[in-house]
Design a protein around this ligand. Structure first.
Ligand code: HEM
Length: 615
């Protein structure tokens, strides 16, 4: 594409060079075809690697990361965690940075208060998602509000807004509790059935994925998805396939990001993705068939499906054809996809941080116990229709320390580490002219840890900071949910859901990192893998110790030997809701790989995951 932007004079020079080369008659000079192609190649390298980025690009006045533009900063981008290289470049070059993708293509990263506000609040519709990003996302998320643009987006957002008001979300809170407590009960049940009554080993992310899927199913569409109760739930498997981390899938998705028709290549990955997509679509269709009629009649209901149904009714009353079945189904797909994995990942990272900061965990548990003692009573049972139950659990939003912990965890490891945009008209950001077509990143995983917003300790996990924020830590310093009309519609929903899940988990278990898994895989924080969501590649493996009444009366069990019997071998894995507790395989613990091999695997893996992100 850049070739076409090249001034005619430069093309003329190249052709002239090539023609001249053909005229040279010397034994040292190879055949004319070779000379011709070498000249074109030399010209191309010169143009892409030097002339265009240095003298022609309209972005050349923006502080630029040094490097050879032909391959640009591709290596750090593909080999490091998403957002980390840009964080480093911002520290060196300031809040607006230009860097190169391969073949001299410019990219911008914005991390200034004014620049972020301009892109997210003042002129958001000039910065839609690029087509390349959309074409991958649409397969998982459907063409719903997340991918709509311009007037269509404004319309959809207006229709859906009532479902995410504070009052609507409060009405969903009993569903959050019901599912969260169902999860902890099921975990405890499986742990009890294991040989080691004292503790269980959890991979917590897979539990949370099931639980949040059930929550969005019931709160969003009044549908029981059964993900917690059925470990072989096809929907869970379908999302797992969609976000598959294996190397072949990543390579394939990476290829398709550049060549969308690659999805038609008849190979296993494509067949698996298509099968998974079919399952997701069928589930959304099932929800529509079973629930739409009831939703159309429930005039006061505020769940997503009811709002879509009401809009449909309104359009029909005006004599218009109404929303197509496909439009409604895609909206369900959007909320199922956007509304479960993000929160599950956020809670999994929080639990990981609490496990590695035991004093924070103890303090948080004490606060929860103080406000909701019922949760710690083994005889207490949650009953959604019982006012006493609800009163006991009414305090989740008033817990200050819980609020601090959630915010800090979401700042420190944002589940969605970045968003990408492409300008459709010329614009000015931070005083720099930005031409139409410029690809711009807003990287929450950079912005959330920059010193000019958060102070010198920006890289430290510290829930206390939320009690004395510097004045610079304003709205645009926290990009986890983005901002403005394209900011997360489900933010309040996610925040309350996250708090409820943490209360339920912390009132049942004391969490510690699973040392055996840390030996095998390393620290989950070293294995953040990005594919829409920034996940721990191997999950978050924990040793979970139950808080029974006697033990609860004692000081927090920071040192396991004080309170629980010392393990003699690896405790059982309680991984899937459907699985019986399995004794752990001791060979699992053999540390058969050297650290060096992990690192190499990490570089290769991140390279593929960056490509497959779609932009
Ligand atoms: C911790 C959990 C969550 C995080 C970190 C998060 C983050 C985000 C971010 C960064 C965006 C903007 C994406 C972009 O434009 O590139 C977004 C959009 C969105 N989110 Fe969330 N989200 C979370 C939970 C949820 C939940 C639970 C729901 C639904 C119940 C939801 C629904 C949506 C929707 C519908 C959009 C599209 C908004 C629009 O474009 O107008 N999110 N979210």
């Amino acid at each position: 594409m850049k070739f076409l932007e090249t001034p005619i004079s430069v093309h003329a020079t190249a052709v002239g060079l090539a023609v001249l080369a053909r005229k040279v008659d010397h034994p040292m000079v190879p055949g004319s075809l070779g000379v011709f192609s070498s000249a074109i190649m030399a010209y191309w390298v010169l143009w892409m690697g030097w002339i265009y980025p240095t003298y022609v690009s309209k972005l050349r006045h923006i502080p630029t990361v040094s490097g050879f533009p032909l391959w640009g900063q591709f290596l750090p981008i593909i080999s490091e965690e998403c957002g980390v290289p840009q964080r480093r470049w911002h520290r060196k070059h300031g809040p607006i940075v230009r860097y190169y993708f391969p073949f001299g293509s410019d990219r911008l990263s914005i991390a200034s208060d004014a620049g972020i506000r301009h892109m997210t609040v003042k002129n958001p519709y000039n910065f839609p998602k690029p087509q390349r990003a959309r074409s991958w996302m649409v397969r998982v998320l459907g063409m719903g509000v997340l991918l709509a643009e311009g007037a269509e987006h404004q319309y959809q957002r207006k229709t859906l807004n009532p479902g995410f008001s504070i009052s609507a979300i409060r009405a969903f809170t009993p569903i959050f509790w019901e599912k969260a407590l169902q999860m902890t009960r099921k975990q405890a049940e499986l742990a009890r059935r294991g040989a080691h009554g004292w503790a269980a080993r959890f991979e917590i992310l897979s539990w949370l994925n099931r639980c949040t899927l059930d929550i969005i199913g019931k709160a969003g569409f009044g549908a029981e998805l059964g993900a917690l109760m059925n470990g072989n739930c096809p929907l869970v498997g379908a999302y797992r396939t969609m976000f598959n981390f294996d190397a072949v899938s990543h390579a394939m998705h990476g290829f398709q990001a550049f060549f969308p028709n690659g999805k038609y290549i008849p190979c296993k990955t494509n067949r698996d993705v298509e099968a998974a997509r079919k399952i997701i679509i069928e589930e959304c269709d099932r929800i529509l068939s079973e629930k739409l009629e009831a939703a159309q009649e429930a005039a006061d209901a505020k769940d997503v499906l009811a709002l879509i149904a009401q809009e449909n009714n309104k359009l029909r009353a005006k004599g218009e054809p109404g929303l197509s079945r496909e439009t409604m189904r895609d909206q369900i797909m959007t909320f199922l996809g956007a509304g479960h994995d993000t929160t599950a990942t956020g809670v999994a990272w929080t639990i990981h941080l609490l496990a590695t900061h035991p004093e924070t965990q103890a303090r948080l548990r004490a606060e929860i116990k103080d406000a909701m003692p019922c949760l710690f009573d083994p005889h207490w049972k949650f009953d959604e229709s019982d006012a006493e139950s609800l009163a006991c659990l009414a305090d989740v939003e008033r817990l200050r320390y819980l609020d601090n912990v959630c915010r800090e965890s979401l700042r420190y490891i944002p589940p969605i580490p970045m968003t990408v945009r492409q300008s459709i008209q010329d614009d000015v950001i931070d005083g720099y002219h930005v031409p139409a077509g410029t690809v711009i990143y807003l990287l929450s995983n950079s912005i959330n840890r920059l010193e000019w917003f958060w102070g010198e300790d920006a890289e430290v996990f510290d829930p206390e900071r939320w009690n004395h924020l510097p004045p610079t830590a304003g709205t645009n310093a926290f990009m986890t949910f983005l901002q403005g009309p394209r900011g997360c519609l489900g933010r309040k929903f996610a925040e309350i859901e996250m708090k409820v899940l943490l209360c339920a988990l912390l009132s049942r278990w004391h969490f510690e990192p699973d040392a055996h898994c840390v030996d095998k895989y390393g620290d989950p924080e070293d294995w953040k893998t990005w594919r829409l969501v920034l996940r721990p590649k191997y999950g978050v493996h924990l040793v979970a110790k139950p808080l029974d009444p006697e033990q609860r009366a004692m000081p927090e069990p920071c040192d396991s030997d004080h309170v629980f019997s010392t393990p003699t071998g690896p405790p059982p894995v309680v991984n899937k809701a459907s699985e019986e507790t399995k004794p752990a395989d001791s060979s699992l613990w053999s540390n058969f790989m050297t650290r060096g091999r992990y690192v190499l695997r990490g570089v290769g893996h991140r390279a593929l995951s960056t490509l497959s992100g779609g932009w």
